[in-house]
Design a protein. Sequence first.
Length: 356
Amino acid sequence: MDALEQARSEIDSIDGQLAALFERRMQAVLAVAQYKKEHGLPIFDPAREQKVLDKSAALIQDPALRPYYIDHVRNRMELAKQYEAWAMGQNRAAYQGVEGAFAHIALKTLYPHAEAVNYATWDEVFNAVSAGDAAVGVVPFENSHAGDVSAVLDLCYNHPELWVVSVYDLPVRQNLLALPGAQLGALSHVYSHQQAISQSETFLKRLRLPATAMANTAMAAKFVAESGDKTLAAIASRETAALYGLEVLVPDINTDGDNTTRFIVLSREKPTVGNRFSLLFTVDNKPGKLAQVIQKIGECGFNMESIKSRPMPHVPFEYYFYVELVGDPSRAETAQLLGELDRTCRTVRLLGVYTK
């Protein structure tokens, strides 16, 4: 046996031991889940997770291996939380659209073991999480080319009971899909979500193809597939083409080559751990009020990565603001900032805490 085969044999032997230990560990996780369910405790315990990470780091003697082991432990804990969610009946994850939509792709990446539940609208996703029909909801928040998904931001504003607990950046490659045998020159109309249409506007203008917005990219693909009309096309993902029996007529038609959509994860459980946090606030419509808020954010040592304004519901020409700040929300400076903003703003609310 040469050195390579000997090393592989050693790995196989260790893997066998790890598999047995994995089963033992997950049995203990199941017992934890049952206890939490009986006592109404949340799945996520940030203090406990940090203790486990600190203790795990101390177990590894080789400094070069330590960061790899920490990643291994994080992944192990994430799997444990997903198993706990299943055991506690909290593994339903909501998204808008149908299977194959980019929101569905993001959801399955973030929660591969969850029961994905689809809803027709973003409003229904928010309501499902709010009512406890889903543990989390995954919705698009902004695109690097087309900008904000303003309706989702408005829903965040209108649902103060929900928190943003995670963000996920999904590289988006828009493709022109059609029935097998369709010809590019014979196309008469394109269907997709408005964001996908905006992301592909240069391509559509060049071919002078009219486009109609639909609720979801995958729903557009399904519509084209069921129409049987080879003059119709949809803009969607490659995964969607495979799901609905369509062909990729033209790949990568998005105007921006680095097209990325940011998805947010909604939950009823308040997050506490992360390196970013976001706020929603309103100020009196007076000169300098917004400038005071921005100044206080800087004075407290926070870098503001994003600021957005949106019209307030039912209040003409009044606006609320969204900001994303870099920093640990558990720091004393964060409490100081929130106190300062509470005195400066008309209203202020912590929207989410997450890691990017």
